[in-house]
Every structure is written in C-alpha cells, then in structure tokens.
Design a protein around this ligand. Structure first.
Ligand SMILES: Nc1nc2c(c(=O)[nH]1)N[C@H]1C(S)=C(S)[C@@H](COP(=O)(O)O)O[C@H]1N2
Ligand SMILES: [Mo]
Length: 300
C-alpha cells in the first residue's frame, strides 16, 4: 500500500543520531551551554560519541519501567518482544490476534520516510520506520459504527518493575478519534534511525502521532479496539485537569503549570535556544481540518 503523504522534512532536518542517543547530555549541555559560542556548542555535540546502543538511548518516558527518565534504558531490556501479537477487536469485520510477523509481511514498511518533529518541552526530528495505522486497520476491516480507536500497552509485572507502583492505572491506554487514526500522518513505528526500535522506545511497535504531545504515542501496543465511545486515556485518568483527550500540540493553550509556547531543540548546535512551538507541531496544513469548528481551549 503506497503512502499517501509527502514529507517536507529531509534527512538534513533530522536530529543527528548522536544527539538523539545522548539526549540527557544534550539537555544538560543546553542548560550549561548558555553563553558558549555556537562553535563551542558544536564541538561539544561532536564529541558526544555513541557508545553502546543499550546504555545510551537514555532520558525518555516509559513508566512501566520506572518514572526516572533513565529507568527505561536501564530496565527495558528485559521486555520480551518475540513472539508478539496485536489483538484487534471491537467494531471490526475480522477481529483476532495478528502476529507481529504477519503484520510486517503485509504492511509496506517505509524506512526513514517518517521524519517527524516531536515535541514535549524539547523537540527533535526523528526518522521512524513504520507503516500507516490506516493500513493495519484496513486488515481488520473497520465497521461503519466505529468512531474511536483505543490502544493498550502490554502489561507484564514480571518484566516491568515500574508497574508495582500505582503512578498510572495499568495497563497504559490511549485513544484517537477514528478520523485521526486514519490520517496518513498517524503511523505505527517499528524502527528508528533505520534500525529496529529499542525496547525503551516501545518495541516492537508503537504509535506515533506527530501533531500531538509525546504521551499520545503509546508504546509496545498489544491491543487495538474499535469503539463507538471516546476511550479512556492514561494521563487523562491520572489528571483530567492537566491532560485532555485530544492533546494536540497548541502553543496557545498552556498546561496549568507551565507555558507550552516554546520548545528547546536538541542537536544541531541550536540546543541552547528556545524556539516558538508551532500549532499542531507544524502539521496544521495537514490536520487542522480535523478540528474545524471545535473550541481547542475546551478540547485540549
Ligand atoms: N506504554 C507507555 N507508553 C508511553 C509512555 C509510557 O510511560 N508508557 N510514555 C509516553 C510519554 S510521556 C512520552 S513523552 C513518549 C516518549 O517517547 P520516546 O521515548 O520515544 O521519546 O512515550 C509515551 N508512550
Ligand atoms: Mo511525556
């Protein structure tokens, strides 16, 4: 199945892999780098060497492995990702368990095509490998009554030390409206920087919705359910005042405890400066129409 969208970001826009791998140092460097010349910052960036893939994909969120940003990289290696299957159920013609290998055989995997901006306080351009969620949903056959798509992450207390703590109501769940889910920018990612996705980033497949904040991108998905009702989402359940269902990137709507008007770019020597965050993370031309007539201050 051919992809239905043409990227305007090229490989030169991609955050250097070394900066992606060393997010922690880059963020620390950004704080320390104020006052350093651009040249000095670049030199600093270039001396950050990728060491070992396992111990350097650091500084991210996967609460099932702990709430410290270094925990996923430390703990996620225990996650068994083979074999893997995704249950697709609810309002579909062909409900069932879809083996990961069977999905991969049927989908057109685009290598590094999806060079997406991602933002949540700091931002990067990450090249994902993956396929359109719409193509996977087509395998299962979406019925006419379906209006929403619910997603669920694997829950394995034996492999996930963080789920002993009730920081979220496990398993992690997320949801999209059906038209958002069918949009060609909504992908299931299986790789990053041209190789398999590491466990801490959501192996073996995770959602990526580039015009929404990072937490919508649910990791290690094992269930996809088509429903006629708005599904619950983990962060909304945890704090409805701070996290709504839509979670579209919107510089005009502040999080109750901080502004969301600017972001810090990782890599490229510019990492000490803050830049304005764009409406829908810059994907407005593609997705603004999905929200025509809606009050996005209410539907945040
Ligand atoms: N299952 C699960 N998915 C998750 C999370 C999580 O804790 N558990 N964290 C979310 C948050 S808060 C963010 S910012 C992104 C981070 O994705 P990254 O590690 O690829 O940057 O994953 C999201 N998906
Ligand atoms: Mo996040």
């Amino acid at each position: 199945m051919a992809h239905r969208w043409i990227n305007t970001l090229s490989d030169t826009d991609v955050t250097p892999e070394v900066a992606f791998l060393n997010r922690r140092q880059m963020i620390a460097g950004a704080a320390a780098g104020v006052g350093l010349s651009l040249m000095a910052q670049r030199a600093r960036a270039e001396t950050l060497e990728p060491n070992n893939w396992d111990d350097i994909t650091t500084y991210n969120n996967y609460y099932e492995f702990g709430t410290d940003k270094g925990d996923p990289a430390r703990n996620a290696r225990t996650l068994t990702t083979k074999p893997w299957s995704v249950t697709i159920d609810g309002l579909v013609d062909r409900p069932g368990d879809y083996a990961f290998d069977e999905i991969m055989a049927k989908m057109t995997i685009e290598e590094r095509l999806y060079r997406f901006r991602c933002v949540e306080a700091w931002s990067m351009v990450v090249p994902w490998n993956g396929f359109e969620l719409a193509d996977l949903l087509e395998l299962a056959g979406v019925q006419s009554g379906a209006k929403y798509v619910a997603f669920e992450t694997v829950l394995r207390p034996d492999e996930m030390p963080g789920v002993r703590y009730p920081v979220l109501d496990w398993p992690y769940v997320e949801g999209l409206r059906l038209d958002e889910a069918l949009h060609p920018l909504t992908i299931m990612a299986t790789g990053i920087y041209g190789r398999d996705i590491p466990n801490q980033n959501g192996a073996p497949l995770r959602l990526v919705v580039p015009w929404k904040y990072g937490f919508k991108s649910i990791k290690s998905v094992v269930r996809i359910t088509l429903t006629d009702k708005e599904p619950p989402t983990s962060w909304n359940k945890a704090n409805a005042g701070e996290y709504g269902f839509y979670s579209n990137v919107n510089p005009e709507v502040s999080h109750p405890r901080w502004s969301q008007a600017t972001e810090r770019q990782i890599g490229g020597g510019l990492f000490s400066s803050r830049v304005p965050t764009l409406m829908f993370n810059g994907y407005g031309d593609e997705v603004a129409g999905l929200y025509a007539g809606m009050d996005l201050k209410k539907n945040f």
